[in-house]
Structures are given as C-alpha cells and as structure tokens.
Design a protein around this ligand. Structure first.
Ligand SMILES: Cc1ncc(COP(=O)(O)O)c(C=O)c1O
Length: 390
C-alpha cells in the first residue's frame, strides 16, 4: 500500500552524520561475529571522570528531578563564564551563556535563526556534516569554505571574505576541526575578524568543541578574544569531547545580547531544559580537578603521533599532521580507491571502521577519516589489517 502521508519538503533536505550509520553497520557486523575495530566514531574511548559521575548521582539523590531554567542552572552558567575566563582570558556574562543538550543544538538554533530561502550561510567543507545538513533544511543556500590539505586544512580568511555577499547572514568556522584535525592559526583568524568590519550584516558561529584538544604546544585561539565581533559571535563549546561526556548530552554557547531571547525561546519550544542531574555533573567537571583531561590529552597525543606515522607508511596514503581534535585525515588518492570504496573495503574486508571523506562534504573526496579515540593496541591492529588488504 502506498502511503498517503504528506511530509514537508524540508525533511527531504535534511542530511545526516554518517558516523552513526557506519557505527550501526560496524555493530551489525560485530553481531554476526566479525571482529571490528571502530575508528569511525568521534567520541573519547575513556569513561567520564569519576568525580563528575558522582556529582550526577548525588544530584539525582538530592532530588534534582525537576525542570531547570531553560537556559541552564545559574551556577552552571557562572561556572562556564569562570572557565572561559580562565582558559581564554575573556569576560563573559553568564546571562549570555545558554546551556543545551550537547554541541549540536547550538548549531541547529544558529542556523534556524538566520536560515531561510535567499539567505546564504558559509560552512567548512570538508567539515562536520551537520552544518550543511541543517543549512539545507532551513532553505538557505550553503556556501562551502573549501579547506585544503596544502593549507593544513585551516581556512583562508581572504577566501572566506571574498565569498561574502549581501545575502550572507552567517559564517560557520571550526578550529580545531572535525574531520581533519586542522587548526587555523591566529593570523588567519585575526584577518577574518578584521575583514568582517566591512560586513556588519554577517554573524559568525565559531565551533570550539575541540578547544581543549590541541597538540605540539599549540594554543587555542577563541573568537571570544576579539571584542570587536562579540555583538555577532556565537561561540559553541561543551563537555562531550573534553570530559568524555558524549552520552550525557551537555553543551553550551555564548550568544550575543541580540540573540539570547530568540534562542531561549527555541530552547523552550524544543527541549525545555537540559536534564538537571547532567547540569550538576557539568558544574563538577568545570570546577573540579582537570588532571583527567590532561591524562586523556597525553594519551591522544601518543596515539596521534603513532597513527600519523603509520598512515604515512601505508602505500598510497599521505597524512598531514593534525594539530588538534582526535582525527587523522589522510589523502588516499594514490591507492586508486574513492573515499567511499576505501571505507567499504576496509570495513567489509579488514573489519576496520573509518569514515569516507565525502561524508564531510564534496571537498572530502580522496580522504578518509580515522578517529584515534581508540586504544593504541587497536589502532596498531587496524593499520596492520589495512596494510594487509592494500
Ligand atoms: C565539530 C563538532 N561540533 C559539534 C559536535 C557535537 O557534539 P555533541 O556530541 O556534544 O553534540 C561534534 C561531534 O562530533 C563535532 O565534531
């Protein structure tokens, strides 16, 4: 029987995050008894530090069972402001902090705030796939910021500025970046901020979810450090990657005054508030000891150095040094395989889950994303299996 249901056109424009599809396929293969090493999904393989878990449990025991303010508990928003001051040396008013369930809702809300037919929104490509997906969903035109290997996958400020038109409403940037691990240097960010002075109609969303995951002595440059754009900056960050809390669903953004009420209403319409116990865990994460973050970072760095060298030794592979996040994004053109063919081959024949570069946009063709959020032992075994196949 054919369905008589009439879906909104917009739903057909919504994309997805292939990492979840690869995860499902990897799990299905594992259920069939295959031994799968998952270098596909982008989440820390560590447990949430114990004192954070305890704070969540305590909150539940203490009766934190009701709604909280839609923008988040005041103590949590104050803890966020204090953390931003410590890390970036910037003053943030807790009233401008809006706590949401993870990193994703901020990007969805930012795009909903500006996106409609006729509007243009720029986004990194290859980049986190949800940007392009929600831009299309909103009806706005997605304008890619092409990121190049030769440039360390950093954005080129001049090229971004050249693409601005009267219809550009929002520019999304992401450093350290998914899927490339690329880190945009301070000079380029400064150039972008300076150039934006001539375009006061353009807002900017800076996705800084990997701001604590930088290697080789690199320091994070937060867009919050540029007061001249604070009235149109949305700065996204959260707990998922830093504190190994992907499943808790907790994130936040600093929004400019003009957007706070709109976004708070989006929160009220969408989810009311983040679950209360999770918010207490979030306070413990920010205010408690940070040594678990340092330990994770050191572990990631060791794996990063190993995987980059190992990938560069594979025939047909060439891997740039990723300065941040927990991804390596090797160029695989010389294997003669397309990104998708390589993803399928390595999963089906080698039992290694990776993600095709094209899952992150058209500019990802010729690349494959390896998440090194897995044990050194597993990474080593995965590379060996791929080497055998090649
Ligand atoms: C660049 C980027 N931003 C945001 C997110 C979303 O994080 P969350 O799981 O907190 O929604 C991710 C997750 O992979 C990411 O890679």
């Amino acid at each position: 029987m054919t369905s008589k249901l009439q879906f909104a056109q917009s739903i057909h424009r919504l994309g997805t995050e292939s990492a979840f599809e690869v995860l499902a396929r990897a799990q299905a293969l594992a259920t069939e008894g295959r031994d799968i090493i998952n270098l596909g999904i982008g989440q820390p393989d560590f447990r949430t530090p114990e004192h954070i878990v305890e704070a969540g449990i305590k909150a539940l025991r203490d009766g934190a069972h009701g709604y909280t303010p839609a923008n988040g508990l005041p103590q949590l928003r104050e803890a966020v402001a204090a953390d931003l001051h410590r890390r970036h040396g910037t003053e943030v008013n807790p009233d401008n902090v809006i706590v949401v369930p993870g990193g994703k809702p901020t990007m969805f809300f930012a795009v909903l705030l500006f996106g409609e037919p006729g509007a243009e929104i720029m986004y990194p490509n290859p980049g986190f796939p949800i940007y392009e997906s929600v831009i299309r969903y909103s009806g706005a035109t997605p304008v890619p910021i092409a990121l190049e290997e030769a440039n360390g996958f950093a954005f080129d400020a001049e090229k971004v500025l050249e693409q601005i038109t009267a219809n550009t409403r929002l520019i999304i940037i992401n450093s350290p970046a998914n899927p490339t691990g690329g880190v945009t240097p301070r000079e380029e960010i400064t150039k972008l901020v300076k150039g934006l002075e001539a375009h006061p109609h353009v807002a900017i969303m800076s996705d800084e979810i990997y701001s604590r995951l930088l290697y080789g002595g690199r320091r994070h440059v937060s867009l919050l450090q540029f007061p001249e754009i604070r009235d149109r900056l949305i700065m996204l960050d959260g707990w998922s990657k830093t504190y190994a809390m992907t499943g808790w669903r907790l994130g936040y953004a600093v929004w400019p005054d003009a957007m706070v009420d709109h976004v708070t209403r989006l929160c009220i319409n969408d989810h009311s508030c983040v679950n209360a116990a999770t918010q207490f865990a979030g306070i413990a994460a920010l205010e408690g000891p940070q040594d678990a973050v340092d330990t994770m970072l050191a572990e990631f760095d060791e794996r990063r150095q190993f995987i980059v060298q190992a990938l560069n030794e594979l025939p047909g592979f060439r891997c740039a040094d990723p300065g941040g996040a927990f991804y390596a994004f090797p160029n695989i053109e010389d294997t003669g395989l397309s990104s998708r063919a390589a993803q399928d081959l390595f999963l089906n024949e080698a039992g290694v889950a990776t993600i095709a570069g094209t899952s992150f946009g058209a500019w990802g063709e010729g690349y494959l994303r390896f998440s090194y959020a897995n044990s050194l032992e597993n990474i080593e075994a995965a590379i060996e299996r791929i080497s055998d196949i090649l």
